[in-house]
Design a binder for this molecule. Structure first.
Ligand code: ADP
Ligand code: MG
Length: 714
C-alpha cells in the first residue's frame, strides 16, 4: 500500500518516443504549461504552425480535439477505389518529381504509383515538394485518401493523401484504424500532432474543469479529463461525440460567462443620458432627400431608447451593404448634438472616412446649423489637423469622423457622448479604454455597425455582451445585382462581359481566389493573375492591382474611383462600404472557396447606383455540390439567408475569419442547435445570479477572463 504512487498536483511526465523500443533520451519534463517549443521532435516551423492554430502550450494541445476522424479500412487495389469514399492503397513509386503549380504558384510533388496488379494512378502532394527528395522509384507507400477522376480523362488522382513509407520493419500504424484529423496548416500533419498528444495525454487529469460540477451533472456532460482522453483517442464514435459535445458546451459557457462579466463592468460605469426630443428627429427627417425605411426608423428608435439611460449603450447594428446605416448613425449624432455632446465615428480606412464626411455633412449640416462635422485622418496637412483637434477639444466640432488612428492620436474631446465604429468586427478593450479617456464626461455610449450578416444565434454566442439592431430592408429603387454562375470553360464569356461594360464607360472588379496562405503568397498569386490579365486577356484596358501588401491601398481605390483604371484586380481586401457607383461588374475567381455570405458582400461593391450590374462567379471545382451552393447566391439577395446557409454547410469560419474570434468549429457546429445555446445562457445567468463574481468557480472565472482578453469583447 505504501508503495502506491499517485501523481501529485503539477506532476510532470517524461516524453518518450511513442514507437516502442527505441527510447529517446528523456527530454525536458513536460507540464500543462510547457510551451510547445519543448515538445519532442518539434522544430521551429512546427512551433510556428502550432501557434497559428492557437496552440501555445501542452494545455492548448490537449484542449484542441481533432475535428474529425477518418476510417479507411484495409488496403484495396487501385481498380477498386471509389470516387466517393476515402480508402487505403499500398503502392510502389514509379516516378516522382517536384513541381510548381502555375495557377496557384505553390510547390508540390507529383508521382505515378502502381499497385501489386500493375494498375497506376497519380498522386499529388501540394505544399510538399520535399517529398520528391525523400521518395525514390521503388519505394513502397501506404496512402489513404480519396481519389478523383481528372476532368479530361487520364489516370485517377489522389491529392494530399496520408502518406507513410512501408518497409519490412515498419508496417503503417494506421492502415485500417481510425485516423484523427486535427486542424492543419501546411506541413504540420495530423500524425505529428497525434504523436504529441499521445505522449502528453497522461497530463489530462490535471486540467481544471471549468464547468461547475452541478452543471456538468445536470447536463450529463463528461468531466474534462475524460473528454480530453476520449476525444483524442476514442474507442467508439459515441465516445467521440460525447467528448465533442462537452467541449462545445464548455466553450459556449465560457463565452456567456465572459459576456456577463463584461456587462456587469459596463453597467457600473456612468454615461451621460441623452434625452429624446421629437423636434430633433423631425428636423433630421425633413433635411433628408429620401424617406427613411421602416428598418432604419426601428434602428434609430432602438438607439434613442438606449442612450436615454445612464448605463452606456453597447449596440451592434447589422445591416446589409447599402441598407443605409450611415443615415441611422447620423440620426443618432443629431440627438447627441442636441444635448450638447459630441459624436465620433471611426471608419476602417481613410477613403471610407472621407466618404462618411461627405454623407454626414449632406445629412446634417443644412438642418442643424450649429452641428459641424470634421475629418481627422493622418493624411491631412499639419495645420488642418491642429485646427480639427482644437475644434474637438473646445467642443465646437459636434461630429468627428476619422480612422482608427484618431483614437490613438492625441485627440481630446470636450464632451464625448457617442462613439460609433463602422465595419470593424471587434473593437478591443484597449481601444475602448483609450476612447473613454478622451472624454471629460464619463463613458460614451457605444455602437458598432457591420454589413456582415451575423445570424442571431451566432451574435448571441459571440457578441453576447451587446444588444442588436438589424436593418433588414433595403431602400427602394435598388436593382439587384444580376448574378451568374459561370462554368470554368466559359471564362471567355465572363471576360467578354467585362470588356463590353468597360467599353460602355463602366468599371469592373476581378477578385482573386481565396487561398489559405501567408499574406505574402496571396499577394504573389494576385500579382501573377494581374500580369496574366494585363498582358493576355485585357491588353487594351487599364488595369490596377490591390492586395494586402500594397502600401497605399487608399490611393489605388481613390484612383479607381476617379476612373483612372478600368479593371481593379483585387484580393478579398477590397473593403466593404466604398461607394463606386461606376463599377458594374464583379468577377470572382475561385468563387467556391469563399463563404456564401462573403460572396454576397463582395457583390455588394457593385450595383450601388441604378445601373444594371453583374456578378460572375467562376468556380475552380465544377462539382455538382459546389455549383449548387453558388447558385444559391445567384437566386437570393438576402445576406442573412446566405449566412445561415454557410453556417449549416460549413460553419461560420469564412464569415468571421477562422479562429480569429476564438470560437472553435465544434462550438460553431453546436450553434446549429439553438436550444443548446439558450440552455448555456440560462446556466451562465443562474451561476452569475448566485455568485456574480464567480468566486466559487475559479476555473470558470479564469477561463472567462481569458476569453475577454483574447477576443476583447468589452
Ligand atoms: P451602408 O453603410 O449600410 O452600406 P450607406 O449608409 O452607405 O449604406 O447608404 C447607401 C446609399 O443609400 C447612400 O447613398 C445613402 O444616401 C442611400 N440611402 C440611405 N438610406 C436611404 C433611404 N431610406 N432611401 C433611399 N436612399 C437611402
Ligand atoms: Mg457603410
Amino acid at each position: 500500500m505504501g508503495s502506491e504512487r499517485r501523481p501529485s498536483r503539477g506532476a510532470t511526465i517524461w516524453p518518450q518516443r511513442p514507437d516502442g523500443p527505441r527510447r529517446a533520451r528523456p527530454g525536458v519534463p513536460l507540464s500543462l504549461d510547457s510551451p510547445v517549443t519543448q515538445l519532442p521532435r518539434s522544430n521551429a516551423n512546427d512551433v510556428r504552425w502550432l501557434r497559428k492554430l492557437g496552440i501555445h502550450t501542452v494545455r492548448g494541445l490537449l484542449l484542441q480535439l481533432p475535428f474529425d476522424w477518418e476510417s479507411y479500412g484495409a488496403p484495396v487495389p487501385i481498380a477498386e477505389l471509389s470516387l466517393t469514399a476515402p480508402a487505403t492503397v499500398v503502392v510502389t513509386v514509379v516516378r516522382i518529381q517536384a513541381k510548381r503549380s502555375l495557377i496557384r504558384d505553390i510547390g508540390l510533388a507529383e508521382a505515378v504509383v502502381a499497385d501489386a496488379h500493375g494498375t497506376t494512378m497519380k498522386v499529388v502532394w501540394f505544399h510538399q515538394p520535399y517529398r520528391a527528395n525523400q521518395l525514390r522509384p521503388g519505394d513502397r507507400l501506404a496512402l489513404a485518401g480519396k481519389v478523383r477522376a481528372p476532368r479530361y480523362g487520364g489516370p485517377l488522382e489522389m491529392q494530399n493523401p496520408h502518406t507513410e513509407v512501408v518497409t519490412d520493419q515498419h508496417a503503417p500504424g494506421w492502415v485500417g484504424a481510425l485516423m484523427p484529423k486535427y486542424h492543419l496548416t501546411e506541413k504540420l500533419t495530423s500524425r505529428k500532432i497525434a504523436m504529441w498528444v499521445d505522449m502528453t495525454l497522461p497530463l489530462a487529469g490535471e486540467l481544471e474543469d471549468e464547468i461547475p460540477e452541478h452543471v456538468r451533472r445536470s447536463h450529463h456532460l463528461l468531466p474534462l479529463a475524460d473528454a480530453v482522453r476520449l476525444g483524442h483517442q476514442p474507442a467508439t464514435a459515441e465516445d467521440w461525440r460525447r467528448a465533442k459535445d462537452r467541449m462545445a458546451f464548455a466553450e459556449l459557457l465560457e463565452f456567456q460567462a465572459a459576456f456577463l462579466m463584461a456587462r456587469r463592468r459596463i453597467a457600473v460605469e456612468r454615461a451621460t443620458p441623452i434625452p429624446y426630443r421629437q423636434e430633433v428627429i423631425d428636423t433630421f427627417k425633413d433635411g433628408l432627400s429620401f424617406e427613411l425605411t421602416q428598418a432604419q426608423k426601428r434602428a434609430i428608435w432602438d438607439i434613442y431608447k438606449d442612450v436615454r439611460q445612464e448605463v452606456p449603450m453597447n449596440r451592434l447594428m447589422n445591416g446589409d451593404v447599402g441598407s443605409g446605416k450611415t443615415a441611422v448613425a447620423a440620426a443618432a449624432a443629431a440627438m447627441v448634438h442636441a444635448s450638447g455632446l459630441q459624436t465620433v465615428v471611426m471608419a476602417p480606412t481613410e477613403i471610407l472616412a472621407r466618404q462618411h464626411l461627405d454623407r454626414f455633412r449632406a445629412y446634417l449640416e443644412r438642418s442643424f446649423p450649429g452641428l459641424s462635422v470634421e475629418l481627422l485622418i493622418s493624411d491631412l496637412p499639419a495645420a488642418e489637423r491642429r485646427r480639427v483637434r482644437m475644434s474637438a477639444a473646445s467642443g465646437h466640432c459636434s461630429l468627428l469622423v476619422g480612422t482608427h488612428a484618431l483614437i490613438e492620436e492625441d485627440v481630446q474631446l470636450a464632451s464625448l457622448g457617442l462613439a460609433v465604429v463602422d465595419e470593424q468586427h471587434r473593437f478591443g478593450t484597449r481601444q475602448r479604454e483609450l476612447l473613454r479617456q478622451k472624454s471629460a464626461t464619463g463613458r460614451p455610449h457605444f455602437m458598432a455597425m457591420t454589413a456582415t450578416p451575423i445570424p442571431r444565434s451566432l451574435a448571441l454566442a459571440l457578441y453576447g455582451e451587446m444588444t442588436f439592431s438589424v436593418i433588414d430592408e433595403m431602400p427602394p429603387g435598388r436593382t439587384a445585382v444580376e448574378t451568374q454562375v459561370v462554368a470554368p470553360d466559359d471564362r471567355e464569356k465572363a471576360y467578354t462581359l467585362v470588356r463590353r461594360e468597360v467599353r460602355a464607360g463602366r468599371q469592373a472588379f476581378v477578385i482573386c481566389p481565396l487561398i489559405d496562405e501567408s499574406e505574402k503568397l496571396v499577394a504573389k498569386a494576385a500579382t501573377a493573375e494581374f500580369e496574366r490579365l494585363r498582358t493576355q486577356v485585357f491588353p487594351d484596358l487599364r488595369l490596377a492591382l490591390v492586395h494586402g501588401k500594397v502600401k497605399d491601398k487608399d490611393a489605388v481605390m481613390r484612383a479607381f474611383r476617379a476612373r483612372e483604371s478600368d479593371v481593379l484586380v483585387a484580393t478579398s481586401v477590397v473593403e466593404v462600404g466604398v461607394d463606386l457607383p461606376n463599377a458594374t461588374v464583379m468577377l470572382i475567381e475561385g468563387a467556391d472557396r469563399f463563404g456564401l455570405a462573403q460572396l454576397h458582400q463582395l457583390r455588394g461593391r457593385v450595383g450601388r447606383a441604378s445601373l444594371r450590374s453583374y456578378c460572375l462567379l467562376l468556380a475552380d471545382d465544377p462539382s455538382k455540390n459546389s455549383m449548387e451552393r453558388l447558385r444559391l447566391v445567384a437566386v437570393t439577395s438576402d445576406g442573412f439567408r446566405l449566412a445561415q446557409e454557410d453556417m449549416r454547410l460549413r460553419g461560420m469560419g469564412e464569415l468571421l475569419g477562422p479562429r480569429q474570434h476564438g470560437i472553435s468549429d465544434e462550438a460553431m457546429d453546436s450553434l446549429q442547435n439553438p436550444e443548446l445555446l439558450s440552455e448555456v445562457r440560462q446556466e451562465a445567468e443562474a451561476l452569475a445570479a448566485e455568485d456574480p463574481d464567480l468566486t466559487r468557480w475559479p476555473a470558470l472565472w479564469k477561463a472567462a477572463e481569458r476569453r475577454l482578453e483574447q477576443t476583447s469583447v468589452t
